[in-house]
Design a protein around this ligand. Structure first.
Ligand code: ACM
Length: 274
């Protein structure tokens, strides 16, 4: 009997899409990902549409239904080659509803989508409110939880994924607050004893009436020890890779003997508005 795998390679693509040019952005993604072998590849939020959507009509034009649209088809084809999982941010159309979502595929098969729970700023005018759920997808022995960008500031999101058994949190992002999330993800990884893969974008967008936005780059893969395993540059595109060991992410016991999950006191964590 073969032992289950414990070591996996994860990767984050830091990209710089051109607003609204889905075909060009897909071609660039193809070139950036060519030859990349990883058990998990994470792409940024809204990775082929661009971010600064003016209104819902524009979002619908640039959206797709999973798993039938052009991005989904590329992800399925690419994952067939890698044999691993891919998580990519996109605008998901579902009837007359539209979500800021992450597509999840593995080895040529669609696994599902996660719809961003916490919409940032103007996104609330463009996208529908998601009812979740926060989800963990498993493929070939690796358990991957999904959240999107601003979900980071709500520690409950990463905690819920870790409690569901995630080894890795895949985190497609279009971050604009300088360095905030990049710092916080070290803590999300540490407090939950999981790996995190934040794939951020770079570049700028200025589409009236939206404010000018500068995306912060600095994509980051973090370890359950709270250390950065790989960091992207502030500007420019790149691919980051790191190895993850699921025996580490599945052990919630500290050298002190404390089990950071078993010793939680959820009965006492209430308070504030429901
Ligand atoms: C963000 O959630 N895109 C900042």
């Amino acid at each position: 009997m073969t032992e289950p795998r414990t070591l996996f390679t994860v990767a984050a693509l830091q990209s710089q899409p051109v607003f609204g040019d889905v075909a060009a952005n897909l071609a660039t993604l193809d070139a950036q990902l060519a030859g990349l072998e990883a058990d998990l590849i994470v792409l940024p939020e809204l990775c082929v549409s661009g971010y600064s959507l003016r209104d819902r009509a524009e979002a619908f034009d640039l959206a797709e239904c999973f798993p039938d649209g052009p991005l989904s088809e590329r992800l399925l084809a690419l994952s067939e080659v890698t044999g691993g999982m891919i998580v990519a941010g996109f605008a998901e159309r579902d009837g007359d509803r539209i979500y800021n979502a992450a597509a999840v595929v593995a080895a040529g098969r669609p696994l599902g989508t996660y719809r961003k729970l916490h919409l940032f700023g103007f996104e609330r005018e463009v996208f529908d409110v998601s009812e979740g759920p926060l989800r963990v997808f498993e493929h070939a022995g690796l358990r991957v939880g999904t959240m999107v960008c601003f979900d980071w500031i709500f520690p409950e999101a990463a905690r819920s994924l870790a409690l569901q058994g995630a080894d890795v949190i895949a985190h497609p992002s279009n971050l604009v607050l300088p360095g905030w999330c990049q710092q916080a993800m070290l803590v999300r990884a540490l407090e939950n004893r999981v790996y995190t893969v934040t794939a951020n974008r770079t570049g700028t967008e200025h589409r009236e009436p939206r404010p000018a936005l500068r995306f912060t780059g600095l994509s980051r893969i973090a370890a359950p020890t709270g250390q950065a395993l790989a960091d992207g540059p502030e500007q420019g595109t790149t691919v980051l890779c790191a190895d993850v060991d699921v025996t580490v992410s599945r052990c919630k016991v500290l050298p002190s003997g404390n089990d950071v999950f078993a010793e939680r006191r959820p009965d006492l964590y209430g308070g504030g508005p429901a």
